[in-house]
Design a binder for this molecule. Structure first.
Ligand SMILES: [Zn+2]
Length: 437
């Protein structure tokens, strides 16, 4: 149980203050060991500090806490426990006594980050107020971190609704309305209609954007809506229970738009199209690409047919080396060869410098049962092997042994790759086929 008094929230009094000084009410040194690599352990020393007052906004209401320094040391977390705010401070210098009870310390928050949070949080209130006012939905989830700002509503919004929402929200920004945050007395609160996500114990703080929103909220806000700069809805996720909007406001929205503009400029240069027409231009390129793929498939089919015809019909084992055939065409060629040749049929695609990828099929003979001597009569072959012993994995193993090939498969078909020259591969295949004991 904490026995320290309630922390005075300086950020409530002035959301724009960056520096403050306070008295340390409690300070606890915590040592944790963190595993680093296999054996090394790293010791992490932090201090849990409670002050009489603070500018650090704690993690609350879906918003991540402020960062900054306290006594010159980085503040890595700020949590609210009841009415007390606890700061986690990293000891990055290895001193024993960073904080002592009764000591006066100075603190500074990362104001650029805080201001960005204020812009996004105030932007969220405008959007939630507008959605509530027009559609009657509640904001049932809010998340504001360095990377994402999301809002969940418990009802659907159409494409048109969202356009209206973004337009109207930005009009509220241009109107530069004053944003007021205060703790109303119980009488005033009773008469006020406001949005609230949960039951709040203790004094309730209201944030008002006149004509747009009235909401119970604990977070710092900008003074006037004009400071939000820009409200941009960048992603819409429709869920069964409602809709999730991902938004960006102010400096984050500007940074995002700059990134998009750069991407659009790059595509514009690459496609030689004006920026406004890159979608149509890209669609044309994709269409051309489809046509080229079809043409490529036709050419590959022709090449496969020519290659298949180049092998004398009576030849038993077929090993073809070629360049420029895709995987699918290579497989089709192996299948075609296997249908009309008894022995192993392999196709190697590549060249001696870069190596080859190969597929080897076991040929028609592999499917014969032992003793079926009538089929395949009149074809070339020594007839020494029983028909059902063909197993493409045998060739794969020989290629692996002789040339370091890597691959695998079934008795009927193997595939793999090999960094070796055609002559070397052919020699290994010859040995595998004819010099086996
Ligand atoms: Zn709020």
């Amino acid at each position: 149980m904490l026995t320290v008094p309630e922390t005075v929230k300086l950020f409530d009094q002035n959301a724009y203050a960056e520096d403050f000084s306070a008295t340390v009410l409690s300070a606890e040194r915590i040592v944790k060991t963190e595993k680093k690599g296999k054996k090394k352990k790293k010791e992490i020393v932090t201090w849990e500090v409670i002050l009489d007052r603070t500018l650090f906004f704690p993690e609350e209401g879906g918003q991540t806490p402020d960062t900054g320094v306290l006594g010159g040391y980085p503040v890595t977390d700020v949590q609210l426990e009841g009415n007390v705010i606890r700061h986690t401070v990293l000891d990055n210098c290895g001193e024993d006594e960073l904080f002592a009870v009764g000591q006066t310390v100075s603190g500074r928050i990362d104001f650029a980050r805080r201001f960005s949070n204020m812009q996004n949080h105030s932007g969220e209130h405008i959007l939630s107020g507008l959605v509530h006012g027009r559609f009657g939905y509640d904001n049932v989830g809010f998340h504001l971190s360095d990377n994402t700002v999301t809002l969940d509503f418990n009802g659907p919004l159409t494409e048109e609704d969202i356009l209206w929402l973004e337009q109207t929200a930005n009009r509220v920004v241009w109107d530069n309305k004053e944003i007021r945050a205060w703790y109303p007395d119980p009488e005033e609160l009773k008469k006020t209609v406001y949005r609230s996500k949960k039951e709040i114990d203790g004094p309730l703080r209201l944030v008002e954007i006149p004509g747009v929103d009235m909401c119970a909220c604990c977070a710092p806000h900008v003074r006037r809506t004009g400071e939000i700069g820009l409200i941009k809805i960048i992603r819409i996720l429709r869920e069964r229970s409602g809709i999730r909007l991902t938004i960006l406001c102010g400096s984050r929205a500007l940074a995002y738009m700059q990134t998009l503009q750069k991407a659009a400029e790059d595509v514009s240069h690459l496609t030689n199209m004006p920026r406004e027409e890159i979608a149509a231009g890209t669609a044309r390129i994709l269409e051309d690409n489809d046509k080229l793929r079809q043409r490529e498939a036709q050419l590959e089919a022709m090449m496969t047919a020519v290659l298949a015809r180049s092998v004398p019909p009576g030849q038993k084992e077929v090993f073809l080396f070629a360049e420029g055939l895709g995987n699918l065409a290579q497989r089709r060629l192996v299948n075609t060869l296997c249908e009309s040749h008894e022995g192993y049929c392999g196709v190697w695609i590549g060249n001696d410098q870069d190596g080859y990828r190969y597929i080897i099929g076991a040929g028609t003979e592999s499917s014969k049962v032992s003793g079926d001597s009538t089929e395949g009569a009149g074809t070339e072959g020594n007839g020494a092997e029983p028909a059902n012993t063909r197993d493409a994995r045998v060739l794969n193993a020989c290629l692996h042994k002789a040339c370091g090939a890597r691959g695998g498969g079934s008795p009927a078909m193997v595939q793999g790759s090999v960094m070796a020259a055609e002559a070397e591969i052919r020699r290994a295949l010859e040995e595998a086929l004819y010099e086996r004991p």
